[in-house]
Design a protein around this ligand. Structure first.
Ligand code: PHE
Length: 475
């Protein structure tokens, strides 16, 4: 329990740390190692694992996407998470303060980090609203309708429904953050998140036994190298940052609350296994279901953000209307809860950024963040209805927000973090921080990755991906 309370205080302390740059670290830190792992994993696990990972895996070649993602998680993900947590723990500050404390000229990297949650929060809430709609459909006994083809598209393209659910999602998040009752939410998450994990695994196992699922399991688990394309690489890298809450300053803040005697290296391994494991099972639920219940045509696999919403209701319906209704309600309620906990941590982060930059009271900053999220979320929402004619390089407005944050800004921040750690403060500083309590087993690997492999690969991926979208470099 106690570690959760420490986490709840994190936002306040983060503000103090940033506003009073010179003040020493005031917070007490996580009381146990597992407390840190659970808190960081709690931020990492959200819609990114359950909604985003399966549709990207389906779209970008199945097994080959999974393989690329795992390779990235073990290399870039490992190195960046180590670096961010170590920077946070060493300085005891969140992003802006941490970069400034290590080198004044590089505080701008912290500022760039701060832009990421500002961009993600609005469209994350649009998807949160979609989850709310599906929960409402199952609870009101309309699960069968939700499982029919065309339901999802009719919903997102309708004029007022997505708006109502989006508004409700942002408002609930806002009220929780404003009233400062995150503690209660975090306590419940200790019980509800493990249930979500068990349920996801259970549904995945059930789906695998449905006739026709075999082709989906094969598609998802066996890499087909002919399906490999540079787009698989772009998608997997963006997903890595998004899912593990990297390159947005969040892990720096978490690191600042970690005790000096906790082992960073093994904690990072545990967070990565947890986060990747849930994404893996979410894919095992959604992709074989797309084959078993819808045939698994390339159009269905490539449908993008709607995949989970189209596939899962069909799974629940196959239980029969009563059991399906109960299961569907239960499942979407838990996913909504996971989305809410992530949205709360995103809104908290944005509120503390607003406090720092606009020097507002916490209350006013909450209201500004709330209004800003509502306004910035509208284009993403209308991109599926009245503004559906507006696309750039085939991307809807929601995809565009997603692209700018995950495929442009986050790789830029990740690249700068590597250069900063590798050359400006020197990777030895991070290594020393990790070695405070025991050997750093992957020290040489870390050194080579952060100095050479990561910055070069990320720079190449970033440049090709941006050129590709603007049609300058066709792939
Ligand atoms: N990592 C979260 C997810 O997978 C998204 C998130 C990012 C949540 C940043 C909080 C902060 O859904």
């Amino acid at each position: 329990m106690e570690e959760k309370e420490n986490l709840s205080r994190s936002a306040e302390n983060a503000d103090e740390a940033r506003v009073g740059e010179e003040t020493p670290k005031k917070h007490s830190g996580f009381t146990s190692k597992i407390g840190f792992v659970l808190a960081a994993a709690g931020s990492a696990v959200g819609l990114g694992n359950i909604w985003r990972f399966p549709y990207l895996a389906a779209q970008y070649g199945g097994g080959i996407f999974l393989l690329t993602y795992i390779v990235f998680a073990l290399t870039f993900g490992f190195v960046l998470m180590i670096a961010e947590i170590a920077i946070g723990r060493k300085t005891g500050k969140s992003a802006v303060g941490a970069f400034r404390a290590l080198n004044k000229k590089f505080a701008f990297i912290g500022i760039l980090c701060s832009l990421v949650p500002i961009l993600i929060m609005p469209y994350y809430s649009v998807i949160g609203g979609w989850v709310g709609k599906y929960l409402a459909a199952f609870v009101s006994g309309n699960g069968a309708a939700a499982a029919t083809d065309g339901y999802f598209n009719a919903f997102i393209s309708s004029s007022w429904q997505p708006l109502v659910f989006f508004f409700a999602f942002v408002t609930v998040t806002f009220v929780i953050v404003l009233l400062g009752v995150e503690k209660g939410v975090e306590k419940s998450s200790k019980i509800l998140m493990p249930i979500l994990v068990v349920l996801t695994i259970g549904v995945a196992i059930y789906v695998m036994t449905v006739p026709g699922a075999g082709a989906g399991i094969k598609y998802y688990l066996l890499p087909d190298f002919r399906k490999f394309s540079i787009k698989t690489v772009f998608a997997a890298l963006g997903q890595l940052f998004y899912s593990m809450s990297l390159a947005m300053g969040i892990m720096i803040t978490y690191g600042s609350y970690m005790k000096k005697d906790a082992k960073i290296e093994s904690s990072v391994h545990q967070i990565e296994i947890f986060d990747t494991g849930i994404a893996l099972f979410a894919g095992l639920m959604v992709i074989p279901a797309t084959f078993a219940f819808s045939g698994g045509s390339p159009e269905q696999l490539g449908q993008g953000p709607g995949l989970m919403f189209v596939a899962l209701p069909k799974v629940f319906e196959s239980f029969g209307s009563v059991a399906g209704g109960v299961m569907g309600s239960f499942f979407f309620a838990l996913v909504l809860f996971a989305a809410l906990t992530s949205a709360i941590s995103l809104m908290e982060t944005v509120v503390s950024i607003v406090i720092d930059f606009a020097k507002l009271s916490r209350r006013k900053a909450c209201v500004v963040t709330y209004a800003g999220t509502l306004v910035l979320g509208l284009p993403s929402l209308f991109g599926f209805s009245i503004w559906s004619g507006f696309t750039v390089g085939g991307m809807t407005i929601l995809d565009m927000f997603d692209f700018i944050s995950n495929s442009v800004l986050m790789p830029v921040v990740a690249l700068l973090t590597c250069v900063f750690v590798g050359y400006i403060v020197n990777s030895q500083t991070v290594i020393d921080e990790i070695e405070l309590n025991g050997p750093f087993r992957k020290k040489r690997f870390f050194n080579v990755m952060i100095k050479y492999v990561c910055p070069i690969c990320i720079a190449v991926i970033l440049i090709t991906s941006v050129l590709n979208v603007f049609g300058i470099f066709k792939l």
